[in-house]
Design a protein around this ligand. Sequence first.
Ligand code: ADP
Ligand code: MG
Length: 333
Amino acid sequence: MKHIGIDLGTANTIIYMKGKGIVLREPSVVAVENGGKRAVAVGREAKLMLGKTPGSIKALCPLRDGVIAEFDATSAMLRHFFKKVSGNTIFSRPKVIICIPYGVTEVERRAVEDVTLEAGAQSVALIEEPVAAAIGAGLKIADARGSMIVDIGGGTTEVAVLSYGGIVLSTSLRTAGNELDDAISAYIKKKYNVLIGDVTAETLKKNIGSAHPSFDRGVMEVRGRNLLNGLPAIINVNSAEIREAMGDGIRTIVEGIKTTLENTPPELSADIYDMGIVLAGGGALLPGLDMMVTHHTGIRTFVAKNPIDCVAHGIGRVIESGQLSDAVTFRTR
Ligand code: ADP
Ligand code: MG
């Protein structure tokens, strides 16, 4: 039977398998038929259906702001992913370590355990996400020295200060990748009277977005619907416009980091000043975000290697070491 680690994110689900590394990376999206429980498409395939499905099929993101919003859809999605990584044999029920955001309620924790077992796991252990992200980013979290990790995902940005292997304090912001996408849609609607879809907004962010003016990433042609005459529209949008659209969101993230620093005990903030701030999660890929954080905090800021995979790699290291750290709690079916 297999040991696997799961980063069950609002935007992406990533699975690490013992001895193999990352074996699955898929959007956390499920398409269900007629409000039923049966998933007609999962992951990448389902994400392509977002905003395009006929009435009888609904493509949805079953996680919201880091926690499970749709239990059955999450379970169906995980079941599908388990089959995929085990070569479609349903006989080997995996032993799972899965992450939960820091500071979730007992009910939300329980839902993650239940959904994992329901999806076919033999046992489930929980690890706190900022701890996994820090391990995955290569921080020596067992040290006495304080460190700061900022994980910018789809639904939330988690700012955490760690010391002696545990979380000293953490701030969770609802401003993250999805909100930046929404801000881009709103900007284009206001400026051009054109409505664009969520996927188009995300593509603009990834292709020509940046957080700092030193990155000019050119122009992109986008298609949407003209709100004045209802007809299809094609417009050209440039990098500076996307940066302007995301300005408030970026400022909120930087302010969240500053507030967390202000609340950090002085000895630890001195450590963070020496060691720097590490950015993880897909949002960390936005060019110039590290520069913005450095500019506003005066602290050197780095983007972790493969930031989208940080949490999964962190769980992977726990699995490979064979010893469940203090950060992990355990339940068997
Ligand atoms: P989660 O943990 O919530 O599933 P991820 O860490 O997988 O989230 O990050 C997903 C977010 O990162 C999405 O909002 C996505 O648009 C964003 N993202 C991914 N790649 C890039 C990129 N190159 N530039 C900016 N944002 C990105
Ligand atoms: Mg995440």
